[in-house]
Design a protein around this ligand. Structure first.
Ligand code: FAD
Length: 279
């Protein structure tokens, strides 16, 4: 199978329009997905299109009150950038290992649509948009519209993920936890991202998302609305129990090689409680 390295974004888009290519950014997911026996190169089901070095797909920019992260920006650039909200930075800092973070990209993590993708819960709480580009034009989708289920997303065959963008929120509290077996190179058993804004003792904004506990990241706006507007002194044991009960049906983990459904559910509910108590 012949791979192609386009020199410009336009060339990449025109190739994508001409036949089915697999976009390869860092390749850290794809090389594992299509690996074969030792000493054999991976076997891709369609020709790989190597997009990591296209300058149009790299960089972090501010545009008015929005932050834009181009899709092939390496995770290590995100980790070290001062404009990135700390809830996302923290998630990236705990991913994989420095070597993988140097070549793995945010577009690849989003494109992979794994329930354990660590950038997803922070991007859900940041209300991120995914911008897709093809020769036909641009499409912008909310991240939860883009992610369709384990390994499934809404990208059309001729599209590439161009950028991730979100309005930088004001928040006074953040809470990020990755629960894994060890510190480096461990995929999450589950992960939790939360941000909140508390002013004069009133909770003005409250958002949480959980990863690896359902086919896609959990974020439930209706439950968040029950917390917004509350005085912090109203967040007592009874209220916390009712919020945890509300989340229970949305937390539908599975047993797998990394953890059990029981552990994932119990821990998720404890993390929700910890964040509410921190307010
Ligand atoms: C040892 C190891 C440890 C890891 N640890 C973690 C971890 O802790 N947390 C975690 O979340 N992940 C982890 N991963 C998975 C992986 O590193 C990340 O998901 C990474 O962000 C993938 O980025 P990439 O650029 O390498 O993606 P690639 O492998 O290049 O692509 C992944 C998918 O996205 C698509 N894609 C990539 N870029 C685009 C684009 N611009 N447009 C359209 N489609 C695109 C590809 O076609 C493919 O389907 C780990 C992987 C390894 C090998």
């Amino acid at each position: 199978m012949e791979g192609v390295i386009p020199k410009t974004l336009n060339e990449a888009l025109s190739l994508m329009a001409s036949k089915n290519y697999i976009p390869v950014a860092g390749g850290t997911d794809l090389m594992v997905r299509y690996k074969r026996w030792k000493n054999l190169t991976p076997s891709f089901p369609a020709a790989p299109l190597f997009i990591a070095n296209l300058p149009e797909l790299r960089g972090i920019y501010r545009e008015d009150d929005e932050l834009i992260i181009k899709a092939a920006t390496p995770l290590s650039d995100i980790e070290g950038h001062s404009d990135i909200p700390v809830v996302l930075k923290e998630a990236v800092r705990l991913m994989a290992s420095p070597g993988i973070r140097n070549i793995g990209t945010i577009g690849g993590n989003v494109g992979n649509a794994s329930p354990a993708g660590d950038t997803l819960p922070p991007l859900y709480v940041l209300d991120a948009n995914v911008v897709l580009l093809s020769e036909k034009g641009k499409r912008t989708l909310r991240i939860y519209e883009f992610i369709k289920g384990p390994g499934k997303n809404d990208r059309r065959e001729d599209e590439i993920i161009y950028e991730i963008r979100f309005k930088v929120p004001e928040y006074t509290h953040y809470f990020y936890r990755k629960v894994g077996t060890r510190k480096a190179n461990a995929l999450s058993k589950l992960s939790f991202a939360g941000i909140a804004k508390v002013e004069n003792g009133i909770i003005e904004d409250f958002r949480i998302s959980l990863g690896a506990v359902a086919p896609f990241p959990v974020r439930v706006i209706e439950i968040e609305r029950k917390v917004v507007g509350k005085k912090t002194e109203e967040i007592d044991g009874q209220f916390i129990d009712s919020i945890k009960k509300d989340y229970e049906p949305y937390i539908r983990p599975i047993d797998d090689q990394r953890s059990t459904a029981y552990y994932r559910k119990k821990t998720s509910l404890r993390l929700i409680e910890s964040f509410l108590r921190a307010l």
